[in-house]
Design a protein around this ligand. Structure first.
Ligand code: 5GP
Length: 192
């Protein structure tokens, strides 16, 4: 249990800016790392293999799942996403604080498996702003935007179960609030 305090799970609706917040946090605090998930979705412009995700074919993902290499996974808007067991164990063993940026179903599974992990939900200021941010990204077609907006409503409704909540009004201050949560947990979590 004591190694689990190094696990921090960040979720939030697509377009809420959670990846930008986490990127800012990691830039300012390089002692904190993030896990690289596996996904079957296509690479977006600007993304890189092994940095944003490990991109793989469905068959490869499914064989890793069967081999127990993926500790939790979900099917999100038609694609598989999953956390590699090796990523979690490596960080816990080395006592390196690590952030998993995953959706709510995965976050719930991680919390059940590792109760000492801290779950943090990032909210947009409001739904209009969320839709604006999602459209500004320009990387998804209208059908995908609609799917992601519907999913956003469901995720927000389920967010009460999270340990902590942040509202992303401005990236830098939200990243520092996230850092405060991490610092607090690392210094106050019970050594069980
Ligand atoms: P995106 O396609 O925008 O990169 O990610 C879609 C959603 O999948 C986001 O909410 C992201 O946090 C989530 N996600 C990314 N990696 C994982 C993972 O390993 N497991 C789970 N459960 N969700 C993930």
């Amino acid at each position: 249990m004591k190694d689990e305090k190094y696990l921090f799970v960040v979720s939030g609706p697509s377009g809420t800016g959670k990846d930008t917040i986490v990127a800012k946090l990691l830039e300012n605090h390089p002692e904190i790392e993030h896990t690289v998930s596996a996904t079957t979705r296509a690479m977006r412009p600007g993304e890189r293999e092994g940095i944003n995700y490990h991109y793989m074919q469905k068959a490869d993902f499914e064989s890793r799942l069967a081999a127990g290499e993926i500790v939790e996974h979900t099917c999100y808007c038609g694609n598989y996403y999953g956390t590699l067991r090796s990523e979690i164990e490596r960080h816990m063993q080395a006592h390196i604080p690590v952030i998993l940026v995953i959706e709510v179903e995965g976050a719930g599974n991680i919390k059940r498996m590792y109760p000492g992990a801290t779950t943090i939900f990032v909210l947009p200021p409001d739904m209009e702003e969320l839709e604006r941010r999602l459209r500004c990204r320009g990387s998804e077609d209208e059908a995908t935007i609609q799917k992601r907006l519907k999913r956003a409503g469901e995720e927000i409704a389920n967010s009460v179960a999270y340990d902590e909540h942040l509202v992303n009004v401005e990236v830098a201050s939200c990243a520092e609030s996230l850092y405060s949560i991490i610092q607090f947990k690392l210094s106050h979590a019970k050594e069980e």
